[in-house]
Each structure stands twice: as C-alpha cells, then as structure tokens.
Design a protein around this ligand. Structure first.
Ligand SMILES: *Cc1c(COP(=O)(O)O)cnc(C)c1O
Length: 220
C-alpha cells in the first residue's frame, strides 16, 4: 500500500501530529520531489547516508536522525542536525552535549525508551528511567535541548499490544513532564508511529510520526 503525503497529512491534521518523512534508502530525486511538494522534515537512520544526501539537497531541510547513533559519529552531524530521536545512554548524551558546545548550539534530542515487549536492542529500559534521569541531571549537559521521548512498538499484528506499548510511552512522557520538565516548554514531543502503526500512535498522543514505506513505497 501507498499513500500520498497529502493523504497522510490529512489524517494527522486533527491530531496536530507532524510528519517525519523517513527517506532512508530513497534516492535524492525522490526526496527532492517530496521537498518540492512542501515536505521539510526528513528522517534518516544512518549518518553516512544522511551526509551524502544532505550535500545534494536544499539547505533548509530539517534532518532528523532516527536510528541508533554511535558516539564516534556525533561530531559529523552536530553542526546541523535538527533533532536526534535516539538518545538512549548517558555516554551518548555527554558526547552530543560536547559536540553541541563545540558548535556553539543546542542540539534538540529525544529520550529513546524501550517500550516493545519483543526483543529490541536500543532504548532506555523502563525499570531504569529514574536512575537514568538522575544521572542525566547530575551532569550539567546544558547544550542538550531535551524535547521529549521516542519509542518503537513491537513489529506485530496484535493492535492491542501496540496500543499498550504506545500507551506506556505516553505514560513515561507525562510522568517525566510532571517530575522533571514542568517548567520546560521544549519538552513536548512524543515520537512514535511508523507506516504500520501510526494510526494507533496518533490516537495515543504521538506528536511526530516517522513514516517511510507508506509514503515512498517499499524500500529496495
Ligand atoms: C525505518 C524507520 C522508520 C520508518 O519505517 P516504515 O515502516 O518504513 O514507515 C521509522 N522509525 C525508525 C527508527 C526507522 O528506522
């Protein structure tokens, strides 16, 4: 199945969610034509691929890094990245902050949580949330602009399970907001929902959906 950008935007509109067009593996021509349609936020999951594409595309694109990020790659994107969705360790937080200082900017980041019941490698685990937050605030990482949370549901058909997983991310968001970010206007994003589950995600409070194959067609 394939939906046009316009159709997806119409579905998101009543919920106020924004679209991250996930352009990984797509050629620059396809990205350019989606840009010409008005899309400005694009998501990539590999640093090398992102850098190659960025050079060939308009400079006002907001590039979001959505995939796992290795510490040694942060410096390559620190000067321009519009948002890093996948901050999931203190070591990575420190490095992003360090590179942000060097570039004299704040880098917008999301805290990635491991909400899926299925085996996944990345994300802060739910039983370590408090420990993580204490460590994060124990250091003065004032060049991180912490904008919210991100998570991925299990890759399953069971809609009830997906709903519960998204609900758990929504719960984490609310509890972090109350406990740590009450006075912080930046903390407002919940990045959840992909091609197969974005409808459940927007009904559960997603503010940023990351959609690739539904928009561009299957990845080759
Ligand atoms: C690839 C990817 C997506 C988009 O997946 P689709 O199923 O093609 O919409 C979203 N988020 C992350 C982290 C991804 O790696």
């Amino acid at each position: 199945m394939n939906l046009s950008r316009k159709q997806i935007l119409q579905e998101l509109e009543p919920y106020g969610a924004r679209l991250v067009a996930v352009s990984k593996t797509q050629p620059v021509e396809r990205i350019q034509s989606m840009y010409d349609d008005g899309q400005r936020i694009f998501g990539e999951n590999r640093v090398q691929e992102l850098l190659e594409k960025k050079d060939q595309l308009p400079s006002d694109i907001e590039w979001h890094l959505i995939g796992h990020l290795q510490r040694n790659k942060v410096k390559q994107i620190a000067s321009f990245i519009a948002m890093i969705h996948s901050m999931d360790s203190i070591d990575l937080a420190r490095e992003i902050n360090r590179q942000a200082v060097k570039n004299q900017r704040q880098i917008p980041v999301l805290l990635q949580f491991r909400i899926a019941l299925e085996e996944t490698k990345f994300g802060i685990t739910l039983d370590s949330v408090d420990h993580f937050m204490e460590k994060l605030f124990g250091e003065k990482l004032d060049h991180l602009k912490i904008c919210g949370v991100m998570g991925m549901a299990s890759f399953v058909e069971n809609e009830h399970q997906i709903l519960e997983e998204f609900q758990s991310l929504q719960d984490i968001f609310e509890s972090l907001k109350t406990t740590y970010f009450d006075a912080n206007q930046n903390f407002k994003e919940i990045s959840m929902g992909m091609s197969g589950d974005y409808q459940i995600a927007i009904e559960t409070g997603s503010t940023l959906v990351r959609i690739g194959s539904l928009l561009f067609g299957p990845r080759t």
